[in-house]
Design a protein around this ligand. Structure first.
Ligand SMILES: [Zn+2]
Length: 257
């Protein structure tokens, strides 16, 4: 079922901090990649989002795992905010098995209180032997926020990798890559649409590829057994980083210390 974007605003949860009276709490935007059963948007508008890319050997689909992981990450960010005594919000671009085009996803992210945008994905590659976590950011030559994105994404991948290595000790922290391999060098259409949103200038944005799910070893270690508990461990590590990473702008706005 499709949930209109205006209703998603009511899915904003705030973690109360004991002393902070922030009037304008920052909001972390989580975008669960892909979804639904058909392509959304068009190549002509640079808005096309594919319903699914990666699949595991056992048939688990990236689009379902991104949503599952994002719900858990949402919860873990609020827990981390409480632990760190922070007031902040979390919002997801989708909460059901639906595919939103990149214009709709970017507009959902375009809020004056947006602190960062993280698009959750699972990876695949030729040979199905890769293992590691990585982030994708817009290439330097067309990204005015390149340094902001790179610094944010490097910390995010390290936090993700730390959680993944609890279950896959050999999983690599692969750092960041640029999006120049996409669309004949034009880069990600999601980044293209995000960069057109006025409230997102200067705000960190990246794709986070949790692991390569086409690798049978990754599937066994990460997706089998109590997957929700494994995702929660990884999400908790990411959440601690995210809440700390957006700490300074919020305190500057409120003057709280
Ligand atoms: Zn993907």
């Amino acid at each position: 079922m499709c949930i209109p974007l205006r209703f998603l605003c009511f899915c904003l949860f705030l973690a109360a901090a004991s002393k902070c009276l922030c009037a304008d709490p920052p909001v972390i935007l989580i975008d669960p990649g892909h979804g639904g059963s058909g392509v959304a948007g068009s190549l002509a508008e640079r808005s096309n989002s594919s319903p699914n890319n990666a699949s595991s050997p056992g048939g688990l689909k990236e689009k379902d795992l991104t949503l599952e992981f994002s719900f858990i990450l949402h919860e873990e960010i609020l827990k981390a905010a409480t632990r760190q005594g922070r007031l902040l919000g979390v919002m997801m671009t989708r909460q059901a098995d639906e595919n939103l085009d990149f214009i709709a996803r970017a507009k959902a992210c375009n809020r004056p209180d947006t602190a960062c945008v993280v698009s959750i994905h699972f990876n695949a590659t030729d040979g199905a032997k890769a293992s590691g976590s990585l982030a994708v950011i817009a290439a330097k030559d067309r990204n005015p926020d390149y340094e902001v994105d790179r610094s944010f994404a490097l910390g995010l991948v390290t936090a993700c990798s730390k959680g993944v290595r609890e279950f896959l000790p050999d999983s690599k922290d692969m750092g960041t890559i640029h999006d120049s391999h996409l669309h004949g060098g034009l880069g990600s259409n999601f980044f293209f649409q995000l960069q057109r949103q006025p409230h997102l200038k200067g705000k960190p944005k990246c794709f986070l590829e949790i692991e390569f799910i086409d690798n049978p070893a990754v599937e066994r270690a990460l997706l089998g057994g109590d997957r929700a508990a494994k995702f929660r461990t990884i999400a908790a590590s990411i959440a601690d980083y995210l809440v700390a990473a957006i700490e300074e702008p919020a305190r500057q706005r409120t003057g709280a210390r």
